[in-house]
Design a protein. Structure first.
Length: 318
């Protein structure tokens, strides 16, 4: 694996025009990976740009101090996807590059991207961990901007180092980022402590309408389009809602059903140590990590619930 990363580092250092692709509905890891790699390439004198199908959520704008990151004014010599588990996650704005990816860097077990060269490390807590190792191979000086990007991806994908994917290496990399000037206190407060009034209103509704199944070992929350339109919350801010069902004592599986504007539901599943969330979502055309995974179901609410409960049922029959 290390030699593979070395080969990717060599490719990047030998190329001059590099396009970095993030997944749609961008989170901290895909944006942190893209931003960290972008700043590193600029440090090496390369032309680089980031492309993402969806707007950058307000809470991550601190990563991008200049608008130039998102200006593609050159013909890419090399196309790199970061934290993209499948080309279906690219979105319409980046779909044209789906069959042109030269390098895929990711940490999802369910990765299905076809690229000329891939580096998939499932053991990595975040793709930003891999990007850190890659930049070290490239002899990049990790400055404050790069450190802020990489720390953002690591802290969001580990739930601020609470999730089981956190490893000793995760902490060692975080410590190195601290030494490089990472503004971890401000980042942690921005991402985990500050919530908008709209978010709190959605959370209140979620708690009032919790549903329980299988002797209260499964907790489910539905977030409807009617609620989102009424409250006018930034959808990207709702990531934290996914953790609520699993915070309830005795719950092994927490499910969030978020109604999509075009119909159907985006499903987020969070599980305890005894259940593999990725395997559950895989049966419904999705994927992810062992403790956090997702999928989409094109059906009405009752059909969506029934499909989920049918997949989950065998767990509680053992």
């Amino acid at each position: 694996m290390e030699s593979c990363l070395e080969a990717i580092a060599q490719q990047l250092t030998q190329s001059d025009q590099i396009l970095i692709i993030s997944h749609k509905n961008p989170d901290g890891d895909t944006l942190g990976s893209a931003g960290g790699l972008f700043y590193a390439l600029k440090q090496l004198g390369k032309q680089a740009a980031i492309i993402c199908s969806d707007p950058i959520p307000k809470r991550f704008l601190y990563l991008f101090e200049e608008a130039q990151q998102f200006v593609l004014d050159f013909k890419p010599q090399l196309i790199v996807s970061v934290d993209v588990a499948d080309v279906t996650l690219l979105g319409p704005k980046t779909q044209e590059f789906a069959n042109q990816i030269d390098i895929c860097i990711d940490h999802h077990k369910s990765n299905g991207v076809i690229a000329k060269q891939s580096y998939i490390e499932v053991e990595a807590a975040a793709t930003c961990e891999i990007i850190y190792l890659l930049l070290k191979q490239m002899s990049v000086q990790i400055d404050r901007k790069i450190a802020n990007c990489l720390y953002t991806g690591i802290c969001t994908d580990t739930g601020c180092f609470k999730f089981s994917n956190t490893t000793p290496r995760t902490h060692r990399i975080a410590a190195a980022l601290f030494e490089s000037g990472c503004e971890y206190e401000q980042i942690n407060r921005r991402l985990f402590d500050i919530k908008s009034m709209e978010y709190m209103m959605v959370k209140r509704d979620a708690l009032e309408h919790l549903e329980f199944y299988y002797d209260k070992r499964v907790a489910l929350i539905v977030i409807s389009q009617a609620l989102l339109q009424k409250i006018q919350v930034d959808v990207a801010e709702l990531d934290g809602i996914s953790a609520i069902p699993r915070q309830i004592e005795g719950v092994d599986i927490g499910i969030i059903l978020k109604e999509r504007p075009e119909g159907g539901y985006k499903v987020s599943i969070r599980t305890g140590a005894t259940v593999d969330a990725s395997e559950l979502c895989k049966q419904l055309g999705g994927g992810g990590h062992a403790r956090a995974a997702g999928c989409a179901i094109d059906a009405d609410l009752e059909t969506t619930k029934n499909k989920l409960l049918k997949v989950i049922q065998p767990i509680f029959q053992e």
